[in-house]
Design a protein around this ligand. Structure first.
Ligand code: CTP
Ligand code: MG
Length: 370
């Protein structure tokens, strides 16, 4: 039996308060309605997909759908939108689904099709979690309880012929959903198990990420060791007969950490933001530049989560000084001391580091959404 699905996308999504149709809200590089479309495409259970779109969204939706489904114009109400789409349905069975329910699972789609085969019309339901009341003007008018009460989801499934007939009978009346139209004009409407995950994205809080996003970045820097310069690592001056050469104070550790932080948010690197041709950064204190980087990250809505860096230096021995450097960096980054891991190694006399011609640092950083 051929199965068609109508995905209703012709609303305005006003309650979400996003200033645009809620179905255009994107994650993983795709708008909500494309996630919904993909759920049906990937299920492999449907032969025809029809999306409804309002006049103003029609072109955008068509472009994103990219020939994978038919797009038809919706109406002022969801009832009107569905009625319009029903004209194009070719399947014996039709499922009707909200574009705003992108988390629909293959299990629910399959159960819906089977419920139609067994019962005719069927809707997915989940038991009400909370006691339900009717209220008016902030006063309870009736206690409905929760026993025997269910919330109704989509997809709702029907034999195409019956739901078309029901909608013909419906005239201009507006209904809560397709199941109600079916029940009114055709008859017995079955239920099957919905899914708590299959929420309809409706209010602003539905569009807030429940877990903060982490990002990861790496950074690398290297400076030449010369006589007559200070050796500064992580903002700490370290006694040594040589120091690092650079336009700024050449704090190679702070530089690698800044690069790792910037890279975690794809914000280029310190050379891009603080050019070594710019006289403003001549002899600059790199810990001041670190504060500027933290501000840039803050403006993107993130903060450092943890830092890990390895200093490659033949001399001086850094073992004793590392706790002081770690403490200084933790304070500058507003991180607990155990979120800053600084290590050091020699290169066993190999290469330019081994010949004490320079010091290198490799750093990694994770940042977390605030
Ligand atoms: N829908 C539709 N045609 C309409 C109204 C709604 O196709 N005239 C679709 C919506 O795009 C949505 C689904 O029906 O995917 C469920 O409706 P709802 O959650 O109420 O969405 P909106 O009407 O868009 O949102 P709001 O009521 O907050 O404006
Ligand atoms: Mg609505």
């Amino acid at each position: 039996m051929n199965v068609s699905v109508i995905i209703a996308c012709a609303g305005k999504g006003e309650r979400a308060g996003l200033g645009k149709n809620k179905l255009f809200y994107e994650w993983d590089g795709m708008p909500c309605f494309v996630h919904t479309l993909n759920a049906f495409l990937e299920s492999g259970l449907v032969n025809q997909i029809i999306l409804t779109a309002s006049e103003e969204d029609l072109n955008f939706i068509k472009e994103k759908v990219d020939g994978k489904a038919t797009v038809v114009k919706g109406g002022l109400t969801r009832t009107d939108s569905v009625k319009n789409a029903l004209k194009k349905v070719t399947g014996t069975i039709v499922l009707i689904h909200d574009g705003a329910r992108p988390f629909v699972s293959k299990r629910v789609i399959e159960d819906c099709i089977n419920a139609v085969k067994n019962h005719g019309g069927a809707i997915p339901v989940v038991p009400c979690r909370d006691t339900t009341v009717k209220a008016d003007d902030q006063t309870v008018t009736e206690y409905l309880g929760k026993s025997g009460l269910y919330s109704v989801q989509t997809p709702q499934g029907f034999f195409t012929q019956s739901i078309r007939y029901a909608y013909t009978c419906a005239g201009d009346r507006v209904f809560n959903d397709d199941g109600e139209v079916y029940k009114e004009f055709v008859g017995k409407l079955a239920t099957f198990d919905g899914d708590q995950q299959n929420v309809k994205l409706t209010f602003p809080q539905d569009f807030k990420s429940p877990t903060p996003e982490y990002r990861f970045g790496t950074g690398f820097d290297c400076h030449k060791l010369v006589e007559g310069r200070k050796l500064i690592l992580g903002g700490v001056e370290i006694p040594h007969d040589k120091g690092l050469l650079g336009h700024s104070d050449a704090d190679v550790l702070a530089h690698a950490i800044m690069d790792a932080l910037l890279s975690s948010l794809a914000m280029r690197d310190i050379g891009y933001h603080f050019s070594d041709k710019d006289p403003a950064y001549k002899d600059a204190n790199s810990m001041d530049l670190l504060q500027k980087v933290l501000k840039m990250i803050d403006q993107k809505g993130y903060k450092p989560h943890n830092i890990s860096a390895t200093i490659m230096a033949e001399k001086p021995k850094l073992l004793k000084i590392i706790p002081t450097v770690t403490e200084n960096l933790a304070q500058a980054l507003s991180l607990p001391i155990d979120s800053v891991g600084i290590g050091a190694t020699t290169l066993e006399g190999l290469g330019f580091v081994g010949r004490e011609e320079g010091i290198c640092v490799h750093a990694t950083a994770t940042v977390i959404q605030k």
